[in-house]
Design a protein around this ligand. Sequence first.
Ligand SMILES: [Zn+2]
Length: 427
Amino acid sequence: MADPENQDNDQDDQNFPMEIENGHITDSNSGPEDESSDDENIQLANSDTGEYDRDIPTTHGYLGKLNPLSGYTIFEDGDQLHILAIYTDTLVFPGFTLPLVLYNYDENRVMQNFIKENNRVFVLLCANSAYSGIYEYGVTMEIYETKQKRGLLHIKARGRQRCRRLPGSPLENVASRIRLVTVRIVAEPAITSPLQDTQLLALKNKRKWAIKNYSELSRCKVYRRYHTAQYPFPFWIYDMNEVSYYIKVLLDALSSYGREYIPTDPEKLSYWFAQNYQLSHEERLQLLSLKTTLERLKLECIFLKLGRLICCENCEVLITDPAQVFVMSKDGIQSNYVNPGGHVYETVTVLSATNFQLVGNPSKQFSWFPGYAWTVMQCTFCNKHLGWKFTSNNLNPKEFFGLAKSGFKILCQTPTIQEDLTASQEQ
Ligand SMILES: [Zn+2]
């Protein structure tokens, strides 16, 4: 897809011998696009409702057919690894996908050798909150598909575990965005009640610890009162540390996105929120650094309370309201896509937008949403590249917008996070 911000990438695009259209290789000189001829081999929509198949974008079919690799690598908590890392300006949480096209010759050579030597796991690093260096936390990524095509290495990798750079360890430059780092794995501790070990053994059997549904908790109230009567705690201290309570708050708030796409498992939900909710870069880094699922869920509930607006990154004019955000891919609202120049875009899908103008004609080449044509959109006031408008004659929805994370910023309304944190601690 076109990258109006980065002229260098555009130059790279022009050097392509071929274009890749919706995952099929076509000759770039094949003349004007035929709107009706593409995607004939893919079932794009439910034949009854015409509703777009949300599974399609998750396959990143625009990269074409890649070769699958097997494996699922999970390290022990505290394991120390000296490992290859890729530094990008995008953030991927465990469970989510990162597509990459390595167009730089040196990066390509290093990663090819890395894969040839049967390595599958690398670390994804991103910028710190001030964008002045690399953040200390990262995520291990496991390559699950790869292929060398026309001199470019195509990779799909999935986030597995959080890790932290060893303080004081060197960050060696290997090639362009590739580094060699020493990290320590930060594994997820099992979810238990923080008060579990203070419970009398005789009462443990009567108290349900892992309750999935918050409404069921009321049955346990009497045991909670008995239990906390032994300590100088009020009985509502249970709720403050009750995972099912925070799950309920988050799921209720996210219900407009469609429950079927949102996981209910506490750890998966906490990462889904971190990956998909409209958070600032700093807020997401904060979530990446928290030790437990419960801490993440708690902070996410605080983030939920802040009013937010999606504004132009440059001039801060309003682009859309978070209520317009919707799920277009099974991976979520905010997914990573890569353009032919190798630039990874974190993209948010919204149903409507304002203060933008369209540039150029619709194109279906390398479309991240097969079946849809894209047109570049810019800010009306400052010409900042905001993302793309996607349109289709026969799919439902007929149009939507993919906003590039690099084109917008989230402006939070009061109260500030600090005030809110203090308020919740005083409760
Ligand atoms: Zn602007």
